[in-house]
Design a binder for this molecule. Structure first.
Ligand code: FEO
Ligand code: CA
Ligand code: CA
Ligand code: CA
Length: 595
């Protein structure tokens, strides 16, 4: 069956059979090699991973948990030597710490965590910068590199742009409102045209607990964005994560953070001009006039699609001239009209409804309360906007909308009520100009199982039973202008399948044809798909393998996969399951997915 050739497809590989087991699987003729795992040393003074004696200090120098975004900055233009940029979105305590889960009468209970465990979690967040090189066709980490760096939930960062220094960003630890400790829940991300690393802060509210009085200035703000979630136990040991003790700390998260990977001592900067919401990704492209356009989804049911256009223009000859481009520009939110047209609405203080009458006293207020400002402008509520990828090859933009089972009323851009499987919207910017403020849009794909009519999936008839997917989350456009989509939660759409990476045709007769290229081990989500510029390597991030399976002492967890588990990638009794970044190469060294 693998010989099935999809008519007109620009992808050439024998597709992987959909399924689920303890291991990962890549298309025949390709190698999938683990490059770095949770706990591997990143900084040059970090110790080897010792899971039974883990400490916050060790974790602060080792590869963090739940790798998500993967970026690559070539050194001297090379696709075989560069800096790997990796986000560490969140932690799964039940998979990290032995003995944390107890089971009584079949009921699993977790915790409480010690302060050391909490501090290990904080250090396992953030990101990693790792120098890597390809030697004899295989990637390896460069030990002792001056670029190797960990960024954690404690790394000191600067707040810059229009909201920097605002009273609403001041705390008892920082009377200036310009210095914050750490970045959290970095989901997708981006790499700028000038080679800096963007970390997008997504579900930051989960780390906070406590309540504010009903009449407090931030109560309504936090309710619209996300009330403190209490998903973690950090507030038990650190007052800044309790909003009743430190009411403004939560306003200091939800931004896009820029890191210069070329200087391991550079202070990361939270760029407030890009707005504050549950940022999923920040991929960019240079517009014809030289301004730079950044796309960002706000991953929440009924939230919005944004883009930021810099005021200044990209200078390809002088890297330093670009280093503060992200502090000055205009943030826009998308309105998708029923007739297939669209408009990008600017979020500018004093314009339209964004005035003192509506509680905005400055651009800082508009940015701190981006969602409320976008509500007032009449943006289109979407089905959970995740990663957004511009495509230089065709002037279009691909928006992953992962699902929205709470939708009771459809609109043209979100056409399915109870949208369990998500869809992909394709934006055609006016004249192919990414800086345009109008355009058209159409739906590239409605996801889900095409063999079930009620699902309403629109994959091409060339798509096999392995090729369809649900819950698009991350995406990549390769140097040939081809689209690749990875999923989060596809496993839940039908037992017997996992998340993975699919190649999706977007042009010609094959448009809507999808093929499975790689799939993850049981319980995992597929993140960070990133091809190198020369297309001979595809980096992928395997996130939370075994989650929803069993913890590493074999205690059952409620799950779809109670009878399955994995110790991927080591398969050793003395090692826990470990989120890892994988480098995929073609056995003959050729280009990925090309004949
Ligand atoms: Fe972290 Fe929206 O996925
Ligand atoms: Ca995601
Ligand atoms: Ca992406
Ligand atoms: Ca997701």
């Amino acid at each position: 069956e693998k010989a099935h050739a999809q008519e007109g497809s620009v992808f050439s590989f024998a597709e992987v059979e959909a399924g689920v087991d303890a291991d990962h699987h890549v298309a025949e003729g390709y190698d999938a090699d683990v490059l770095i795992r949770w706990g591997d040393p990143v900084t040059n003074d970090a110790p080897e991973f010792d899971p039974l004696n883990q400490t916050p200090q060790a974790q602060a120098g080792q590869f963090g948990y739940n790798n998500d975004y993967v970026g690559y900055v070539p050194l001297e233009g090379s696709s075989e030597h560069g800096l790997l940029l990796v986000n560490h979105e969140y932690t799964n305590a039940h998979l990290m710490f032995p003995g944390l889960v107890t089971v009584t009468d079949g009921e699993a209970e977790q915790g409480p965590l010690s302060q050391d465990q909490v501090d290990i979690e904080i250090m396992a967040h953030g990101g990693s910068v790792i120098e890597i090189e390809k030697v004899d066709g295989k990637w390896r980490r460069v030990a002792g590199s001056p670029y190797n760096r960990r960024i954690t939930g404690e790394t000191e960062m600067e707040i810059t742009g229009p909201a920097a220094g605002h009273d609403r960003l001041k705390t008892s630890a920082d009377a200036t409102g310009t210095l914050v400790r750490g970045t959290l829940n970095n989901c997708a991300g981006g790499t700028t045209p000038w080679g800096t690393y963007l970390m997008a802060e997504e579900n930051f509210h989960g780390y906070f607990a406590g309540e504010l009085p009903a009449d407090h200035r931030e109560t309504e703000n936090y309710a619209r964005l996300a009330a403190p979630g209490g998903w973690y136990e950090w507030h038990n040991f650190h007052d800044r994560f309790d909003v009743s003790k430190e009411p403004n700390e939560m306003n200091r998260f939800g931004w896009v953070v820029e890191v210069d990977p070329m200087d391991a001592s550079a202070t990361p900067k939270k760029r407030t001009a890009l707005g504050r919401f549950k940022h999923e990704g920040a991929e960019s492209i240079v517009a014809p006039d030289g301004r730079v356009v950044f796309y960002s989804g706000d991953d929440e049911r009924f939230d919005y699609v944004y883009k930021f256009i810099t005021s200044g223009t990209f200078n390809a000859d002088d890297r330093n001239a670009n280093m503060d481009l992200l502090d000055d520009g205009t943030l826009y939110v998308a309105r998708f009209e029923e007739d297939g047209s669209m408009e990008w609405l600017p979020l500018i203080f004093g314009e339209g409804p964004l005035t003192e009458e509506n509680g905005f006293e400055s651009q800082a207020d508009v940015l701190i309360e981006t969602r409320r400002a976008a509500d007032l402008l009449g943006a289109t509520p979407m089905d959970r906007p995740e990663d957004i990828e511009p495509n230089a090859a065709n002037g279009r933009v691909y928006v992953m909308l992962t699902n929205n089972t709470a939708r009771e009323e459809a609109n043209a851009a979100n056409p399915r009520i109870d949208n369990a499987f998500g869809h992909i919207v394709e934006i055609h910017e006016e004249g192919g100009d990414f800086a345009a403020t109008t355009g058209r849009w159409e739906i590239l794909l409605q996801c889900g199982d095409p063999s079930i009519a009620e699902v309403g999936a629109t994959f091409s008839t060339e798509t096999t039973e392995n090729g369809w997917f649900g819950m698009p989350d991350n995406a990549a456009v390769d140097s040939e202008g081809r689209l690749w989509v990875s999923t989060d939660g596809n496993s839940l759409s039908a037992t017997g399948r996992t998340d993975g990476l699919w190649a999706v045709d977007i042009e010609g007769e094959a448009r809507g044809t999808s093929k499975l290229f790689y799939r993850v081990p049981v319980g995992a989500e597929m993140c960070g798909p990133l091809p190198t510029p020369d297309l001979t390597t595809f980096f992928v991030a395997v996130q939370h393998p075994a989650d929803g399976g069993e913890d590493w002492e074999g205690h059952g967890r409620p799950s779809y996969y109670e009878d399955l588990s994995t110790r991927w990638p080591d398969f050793r009794d003395d090692m826990p399951v470990r989120p890892s970044v994988v480098a995929i190469t073609k056995a003959d060294g050729g280009k990925i997915g090309m004949a």
